[in-house]
Design a protein around this ligand. Structure first.
Ligand SMILES: NC(=O)c1ccc[n+]([C@@H]2O[C@H](COP(=O)([O-])OP(=O)(O)OC[C@H]3O[C@@H](n4cnc5c(N)ncnc54)[C@H](OP(=O)(O)O)[C@@H]3O)[C@@H](O)[C@H]2O)c1
Length: 294
C-alpha cells in the first residue's frame, strides 16, 4: 500500500560537492535530546521511531552534532539506523563543547577536533563521515589550525567533505584557501534573514546552505507570533500548516537551501516532510513575504 505521506524526494535533489546526492528536505536531530541540547530524551523509543520514519519517508540528509546531548543524538542515530541504508548522508559537526543546558564554548584546537572526528566515527559506527561541519570558528584558535586538522583527517579518508557553520562570505573565502568547503549551516528562516549575503554567496558558488532554525526554533509556529494571522490564513488555503508553509518557502527561496527541520515527534516529522509537495504561487509569495516585513 502506498504511504499516505509524500516522500522527501518531492523536494528535489541537490548534489553536495557534486558527488553526494540528497533530497533537499532533510531532518535535524537537535530536538531529539533534552532541553537546551542537554541530556537524555524524555522518550527514547519515539526518537528511534522518528529517525526510522524519516528514512522511510525518503529523508536521506540527517544533520547532527557531537554537541547534541552531548553525544546522545549521534548515539540515537546509530541505535535506530545502523546498518545504514545506502545513500543516507549523516552530516555531523564538532567544535562546540557543552557545559550544561544551552551552555557552550567553542574549541577549535587541532588535537580536540581530531578527537571529535574519531569519537563521532565510533558513536555513529561509520568508517567515513560524508559531511563534517566545523560547528563554529573558534576565535581563539587560528583557522589554519582548525581546518588544517580537518584536512588531515580528510586525507586519511575519515571524512569525505568539510562544511562550516555560522559564517560570513569572507570567512568562507578564508576557509577555502585552506581546504575545499562544500556546505554552510547558518541560521535562516522566514523570520530571520541575517545571513542573506551568505545565501547569495552559496548560490553563486554552488555550496549547500543548511538553514538551521528553519521554523525559528518553533517560535514562528505559535499563535502569538506577529505573523500568525497572515500565515494561518495562507496555510488554510493550502489545507496546510504554518510549519509546512515555512518549509515550502525555504525550498522555493533558493535551490541551494537544504532545510533540516527538527522534531522529537513522528506526527510533526510526517507533517514537515509533506511540505515537500507544497508550492506557493507568485501572489502567495508576495503575501508571505509581506507577513514578515517589519
Ligand atoms: N549549526 C548550528 O549552530 C545549529 C544550531 C541549532 C540547530 N541546528 C540544527 O538545525 C536543526 C533545526 O533547528 P531546530 O530543530 O532547533 O529548530 P526548528 O526546526 O526551527 O524548530 C524545531 C521546533 O519546532 C517544533 N516543531 C517541529 N515541527 C513541528 C510541527 N510540524 N508542528 C509544531 N511544532 C513543530 C519542535 O518541537 P517538537 O519536538 O515538539 O516537534 C521544536 O521545538 C536542529 O535540529 C539541528 O540539527 C544547528
Amino acid at each position: 500500500m502506498q504511504d499516505p505521506v509524500p516522500s522527501a524526494s518531492a523536494s528535489g535533489t541537490f548534489q553536495i560537492a557534486g558527488d553526494l546526492p540528497v533530497h533537499r528536505l532533510g531532518y535535524g536531530t537537535m530536538r531529539l535530546v533534552g532541553d537546551g541540547a542537554w541530556g537524555e530524551p524524555a522518550d527514547p523509543a519515539e526518537c528511534h521511531r522518528v529517525l526510522r520514519r524519516a528514512v522511510e519517508l525518503g529523508v536521506n540528509l540527517i544533520d547532527t552534532a557531537d554537541a547534541y546531548g552531548p553525544e546522545i543524538a549521534e548515539r540515537l542515530i546509530a541505535e535506530a539506523l545502523h546498518p545504514y541504508p545506502s545513500g543516507l548522508v549523516i552530516a555531523t559537526k564538532g567544535g562546540i563543547t557543552r557545559q550544561g543546558p544551552a551552555k557552550t564554548e567553542y574549541v577549535g584546537r587541532a588535537g580536540y577536533l581530531i578527537q571529535c572526528v574519531e569519537m563521532s566515527l565510533r558513536r555513529l559506527k561509520l568508517e567515513r563521515i560524508d559531511l563534517y561541519q566545523l560547528h563554529r570558528i573558534d576565535p581563539r584558535t587560528p583557522l589554519e589550525e582548525s581546518l588544517g586538522a580537518l584536512k588531515r583527517v580528510q586525507e586519511q579518508g575519515k571524512i569525505r567533505h568539510i562544511g562550516l557553520s555560522e559564517v560570513t562570505p569572507a570567512e568562507i573565502e578564508d576557509a577555502r584557501k585552506i581546504v575545499p568547503i562544500v556546505s554552510v549551516q547558518n541560521r535562516y528562516s522566514l523570520a530571520d534573514r541575517r545571513h542573506e549575503e551568505t545565501l547569495k554567496y552559496s548560490e553563486r558558488e554552488g555550496i549547500a546552505f543548511l538553514p538551521w532554525y528553519p521554523m525559528a526554533g518553533g517560535k514562528q509556529l505559535k499563535p502569538d507570533h506577529p505573523s500568525a494571522q497572515a500565515l494561518t490564513a495562507l496555510a488554510a488555503r493550502h489545507s496546510a500548516s504554518i510549519a509546512q508553509l515555512s518549509l515550502a518557502w525555504l525550498l522555493q527561496k533558493s535551490p541551494v537551501l537544504l532545510p533540516i527541520p527538527g522534531t522529537s515527534k513522528v506526527a510533526h516529522l510526517e507533517e514537515n516532510v509533506a511540505a515537500a509537495t507544497l508550492k506557493l504561487n507568485v501572489e502567495e509569495w508576495v503575501e508571505i513575504e509581506g507577513a514578515f516585513k517589519a
